[in-house]
Ligand binder design. Structure first.
Ligand SMILES: NC(=O)c1ccc[n+]([C@@H]2O[C@H](COP(=O)([O-])OP(=O)(O)OC[C@H]3O[C@@H](n4cnc5c(N)ncnc54)[C@H](OP(=O)(O)O)[C@@H]3O)[C@@H](O)[C@H]2O)c1
Length: 295
């Protein structure tokens, strides 16, 4: 694969899509980033037209329906985007012999495993979002397209909707927060996902779709992550009202969708196959909080 590639990014204004476009351009790649207003991935003729005219070396699909709770009452849309949209992209990519890089989620697992999940563990999603993402993975794997699927988790960045921004908003408003401490996972920055995606692409994209876990060490709980967010915010001079972050159980914080108690991803296959080291989320969190603190 040539070192400077021609990349098409779908879902380009989402957390991961934004970072992919920014970092690929910084590497001197030719990049076209399109979001829902320019390319709805559920519209197969539109996907075919754009791939046919732009002729990318590789497509990165960062488009997704990511509203975990809303998906419970809107399964049709979640499956339309996360399954049928991926099916469109993957089948058209396969026909045009364009590799596809696609993202999936730790929420394909039910969380009952003791220890970290590997790629060969049986998925068993607890909710509609996870089920729709699993269906999308299956479409990508069955399509015959080359490429890889990267299952990631607990994504954060300085833009878009995410836990870091929610905590900083609530922490500026309230003295006392209650945060779930019995769900464990790996926070992962969109910046690191994009960096590692581009590094892996550059090394050579598999001819057959391959599944990888990609999340940053170390595992923590939402409560542990919240404490780290507030510590970083204080280091960067952000004004916070919060002085008490109470650890609560999932049962004390009912949500529309059930979430896995353990969604820790084992990422050794990715690190081994691509000879890449995944950095800790702590440094990435520092960078994101710094960016938010500086406005
Ligand atoms: N966020 C997480 O915590 C998390 C965790 C694990 C895995 N992941 C996976 O990581 C990937 C990237 O997530 P993210 O956090 O970057 O998501 P995001 O910020 O929600 O971005 C997704 C983007 O896709 C767009 N989109 C929605 N429907 C579309 C359609 N039919 N056609 C084209 N674009 C469409 C959205 O546009 P609108 O905003 O206009 O709807 C949005 O810009 C996804 O595959 C997600 O499932 C995310």
């Amino acid at each position: 694969m040539a070192s400077a590639m021609r990349l098409l990014v779908t879902g380009a204004s989402g957390q991961v899509g934004t970072e992919l476009c920014r970092q690929a351009k910084a590497r001197g790649w030719t990049v076209l980033g399109v979001d829902l207003d320019r390319l709805d991935i559920t519209d197969a003729p539109a996907v075919e037209d754009l791939l046919g005219s732009y002729k990318p070396d590789v497509v990165a699909n960062a488009a997704a329906y990511t509203a975990v709770d809303r998906a419970e009452d809107d399964a049709d849309t979640a499956f339309a985007v996360n399954r049928d949209g991926v099916d469109n992209l993957a089948r058209i990519c396969a026909r045009m012999r364009i590799p596809l890089v696609h993202y999936s989620t730790d929420y394909v697992f039910d969380g009952s495993k003791q220890g970290a999940y590997v790629e060969s563990d049986e998925p068993s999603p607890l909710g509609v979002y996870g089920a729709s993402k699993l269906a999308g993975e299956q479409c990508a794997l069955a399509s015959g397209a080359g490429g890889f699927i990267l299952r990631t988790s607990w994504v954060f960045s300085a833009h878009g909707q995410n836990f870091v921004k929610t905590m900083l908003r609530l922490g500026a408003e309230r003295p006392w927060l209650r945060v779930v401490a019995d769900q464990t996972g790996k926070p992962t920055s969109a910046h690191e996902i994009a960096r590692l995606t581009l590094e892996a692409m550059q090394q050579g994209i598999p001819d057959r779709m391959r599944l990888y876990h990609l999340a940053q060490p170390e595992a923590t709980s939402w409560h542990g992550f919240a404490e780290a967010i507030f510590a970083a915010a204080r280091r960067h001079g952000m004004e916070l009202k919060v002085d008490r972050v109470e650890a609560i159980g999932t049962s004390d914080y009912p949500t529309r969708a059930r979430r896995p108690a353990n969604s820790v991803l084992d990422c050794q296959r990715f690190e081994r196959d691509f000879s890449l080291r995944i950095r800790s989320w702590c440094d990435a969190l520092e960078d994101v909080v710094r960016e938010l603190a500086n406005g």
